[in-house]
Design a protein around this ligand. Structure first.
Ligand SMILES: Cc1ncc(C[n+]2csc(CCOP(=O)(O)OP(=O)(O)O)c2C)c(N)n1
Length: 803
């Protein structure tokens, strides 16, 4: 820890711009102080602020150019203001959870405060010019969750600089000159995501500049319990790029209160990152957190008096003030005036934002009160309604939920009454609920032109001489055509580049399209997902491979928290059309035959989940997804790559619609619904059942999300009255989801003549070996027994005992 300023004032600093920084720093500080008060007085729910980090962020902002991209966390308000991507009104609007996207453009009230995002898409979902403004990818609360996508955000600059076929993508890059700036707290550097990201950007030589905001704590836990040797710079040293070497990461350490040194460090480091396309880490040490971690606690409980005194003495803004005076840049009275103006600007913004937040809700309340008062006059529950309205009026802040809850109370109080006043209130409630469905539930998937559901299906065609090939060759032809068709398509994963993936669907395509478009990655599933997300956020179309479905778990946090929620949590301002390619269901053993579809169904709403039964269907789904703007995961059948299929003549053009089940075999007795590798088992069972005179209808859902968009399976249930769901997930996994869709959502319940049956794998992971598989997963014989038992229960005469 040093205690003196680095003396030189960078030549690039003008007096005017330094004082503007100082003013902005204090505006931001006052926003934090007022923000905390707003939470503690109950006007906002939770607050987390960037106080103590102002000076470092003012310096970082000086190095940030339009088109650069930030992937950071909740401490960065000063930076966001300094690059012009956030104003004080928006800061408070988000604190209040204002759901108006004009006032709170980052998330329209969906994210807690200090979770920043710029708008990458227009209202119609079309890309804006990303090079024209500073960009910020939507923040996440999970610590270090912002790291994996940095890999792709940075790598994109390399692709734009080095791939001539991308020269026309001028709305995304100016010759690959953009830097991806990451920010992370010191304690979050204990997460694996941080180290995996550093390693990946080191290997990939991605122009990424990561700042570590080091205040010595993670909430209450000091560095000694977070980081080996309690010193990030020291343990990062192995990554350091050595003099004369081209490898590794540039490391810079600078004190967080030393404004001129910070400006120097950022300007010089960023220049090298931008020019040379090499990553760097700026470890900003000795930072403070004047108000403690968040509004949920107080730091006096865990920081010593000495530490608190040290923080007071090393507050960045106060130290900047001393520097301004010592250097003669400004005098006492000028600085005092700047500070007073900053406080007033923050106060005024807070008042404006509060009024703007409350105005439309108070208007809704007024409308409701007038409808309810009219009803009170005509109702025998008049006194009760008056009491409900009086209670409603006492809420501060007034929230939509208070108004709607009161409306429901009034409707309950007047149950059984009729008349125009009640009808008007009911109408208002319905309208209000549908507005709030848009306000709080829109934009999980692309809506409109970019939706994968809007892609028109194109049937596969075969010529007489279409060859019969191995399944992987169908995929190979599909990917070859796609790489030729789409210059921004890139594919990567473990063994995808040189080898062409472990099942050869990319064999030879690296040689054909180059090592930047078809590439190998390290064994790092979380950052393979992040690589894909970052690339897709910068206009590329990634197909990112996870070698086996079982290993999606390593990348699942990133897929679920970041990718799946991205469009939703920005209300459509950001989206990343990533295609995750993997293979699963059926092969061998505990970690190569998983089918944890229930988990994926729960965690990946926001992605489409495609489960093709063969490689032709898979190819058609890839073609559909590549024509759309939605993220998706495609799970190929692991043991299907050498099964023979006929190669469609229009391999690059046919498109399998999502959410459209296919009947693989018609039958009048029982409807069996399944997907993926279980289709083969169901068809084999149907053959065997036919020998006993039983007709099984076999339906392949093809995609689990979306699920049977036109309720076509219901038509089958209406005919058979009996349902078996066949699934190789555990009991209560994907089969429970399918039942919910069929029995509840589609109303299949009303057409069933017998209880529905689910046939699943056992609760344990599948044992190794073919016998292990047979006794762990549902088999042909299991299907036969279950279907027969189902029929015999209702008609023992027609279905004699089999066993
Ligand atoms: C994965 C995860 N674990 C725990 C938390 C709860 N949490 C929020 S912030 C935080 C401390 C982060 O400390 P640091 O990285 O130093 O950043 P700072 O808040 O100090 O700037 C913790 C434990 C979380 N948000 N995400």
């Amino acid at each position: 820890m040093t205690d003196t300023f680095s003396p030189p004032t960078p030549a690039r600093l003008t007096r005017e711009s330094v004082l503007a920084d100082y003013a902005l720093g204090w505006r931001s500080r006052h926003a934090s102080l007022i923000g905390r008060r707003e939470v503690l007085t109950g006007k906002a729910k939770f607050g987390i602020f960037g106080d103590g980090k102002e000076v470092a962020q003012l310096a970082m902002a000086r190095a940030f150019r339009p088109g650069d991209i930030r992937s950071g966390y909740y401490r960065d308000q000063t930076f966001m203001m300094a690059v012009g991507a956030l104003d004080l009104d928006q800061f408070f609007a988000q604190l209040y959870a204002d759901a108006d996207p004009d006032r709170e453009p980052a998330s329209a009230g969906r994210q807690m405060n200090a979770h920043f995002a710029s708008r990458l898409r227009g209202p119609d979902g079309a890309w804006l010019d990303l090079t024209a403004a500073p960009q910020s990818i939507a923040d996440l609360s999970p610590t270090a969750g912002q790291m994996p996508r940095l890999v792709g955000l940075g790598l994109a600059s390399r692709l734009y600089r080095e791939l001539p076929e991308l020269a026309a993508f001028t709305g995304f890059s100016r010759g690959g000159d953009e830097i991806a700036f990451g920010t992370i707290g010191n304690a979050s550097c204990a997460e694996g995501h941080f180290w995996e990201t550093l390693n990946a950007v080191g290997v990939l030589r991605a122009p990424v500049l990561i700042s570590i905001w080091d205040d010595g704590y993670g909430i209450s836990v000091p560095s000694e319990f977070q980081i080996a040797k309690a010193d990030l710079s020291e343990i990062l040293d192995g990554f350091r790029r050595r003099p004369g070497s081209d490898e590794g990461i540039e490391l810079v350490r600078v004190a967080g209160w030393d404004y001129p040194a910070l400006v120097d460090a950022y300007l010089a480091t960023a220049e090298r990152v931008r020019r040379d396309h090499r990553p760097a880490v700026v470890h900003v040490a000795d930072l403070t957190q004047p108000q403690g971690h968040s509004t949920s606690g107080s730091h006096e409980r865990y920081k010593s008096k000495e530490r608190l005194a040290w923080e007071e003495a090393h507050d960045g803004l106060r130290r900047m003030r001393q520097w301004l005076l010592a250097e003669g840049i400004a005098g006492e009275s000028e600085l005092a005036a700047i500070e007073a103006e900053a406080a007033e600007a923050a106060r005024a913004a807070q008042r404006r934002s509060w009024d703007a937040f409350q105005a439309p809700i108070l208007e809704e309340e007024r409308r409701f009160v007038s409808l309810a008062s009219a009803l009170a006059g005509a109702s025998r529950a008049g006194a009760e309604i008056d009491a409900i309205l009086a209670a409603l009026g006492r809420h501060v802040p007034m929230l939509r939920r208070h108004v709607l809850a009161a409306a429901h109370e009034v409707l309950i109080a007047t149950a059984g009454e009729s008349g125009p006043a009640r009808a008007a209130l009911l109408d208002w409630v319905r309208g209000n609920e549908s507005e709030n469905r848009v306000r709080y539930s829109s934009d999980l998937y692309a809506e409109g032109a970019g939706s994968a559901l809007a892609v028109a299906p194109v049937a596969a065609t075969w010529r007489e001489d279409s060859p019969t090939v191995n399944g992987f060759e169908v995929l190979h032809a599909c990917f070859d055509a796609a790489l030729a068709r789409l210059p921004n398509l890139v594919a990567f994963g473990e063994d995808v580049g040189h080898l062409g993936d472990v099942n050869q669907a990319f064999a030879g395509l690296q040689a054909k399209y180059g090592a930047l478009r078809v590439s190998d990655t390290g064994i790092r599933e979380a950052t393979i997902m992040g690589q894909a997300i970052g690339l897709a956020l910068r206009g590329l179309r990634p197909i990112a491979e996870i070698q086996y479905l079982d290993y999606v778990l390593y990348g699942l946090q990133t897929l679920s928290d970041d990718l799946a929620s991205l469009r939703y949590r920005t209300r459509g301002a950001q989206a990343a059309p990533v295609i995750v390619r993997t293979r699963g269901h059926r092969l061998e053993g505990i970690w190569h035959s998983g089918s944890q579809m229930g988990a994926l169904l729960s965690l990946l709403r926001g992605l489409w989940i495609c489960v093709p039964r063969n490689m032709t269907q898979a190819a058609g789904m890839y073609n559909t997804l590549l024509a759309a703007d939605d993220p998706a995961i495609v799970i190929e059948v692991l043991n299907g790559y050498r099964v023979k299929e006929r190669l469609p003549a229009n391999i690059g053009d046919f498109r399998v619609p999502l959410g459209a089940p296919e009947t693989l075999r018609a039958g009048r007795d029982v409807t069996l619904v399944t997907y993926g590798a279980c289709c083969r088992i169901a068809l084999d069972a149907a053959d065997l059942l036919a020998r006993a005179g039983i007709e099984l209808e076999v339906i392949d859902v093809q995609t689990l999300l979306p699920f049977d968009r036109e309720d076509s399976i219901l038509a089958s249930l209406k005919r058979t009255g009996r349902l078996v769901v066949l699934d190789e997930d555990v009991p209560g996994g994907a089969s429970a989801f399918i039942l919910q869709q069929l029995v509840e959502r589609q109303g299949g319940f009303w057409w069933l003549d017998a209880p529905p049956v689910t046939l699943t794998a056992r609760e344990h992971r599948p044992a190794y070996g073919s016998d292990g598989d047979y006794f762990s997963k549902p088999s042909r014989e299991d299907v036969v027994v279950a279907v027969h038992r189902l029929l015999r229960a209702s008609d023992p005469a027609r279905f004699p005992e089999l066993y």
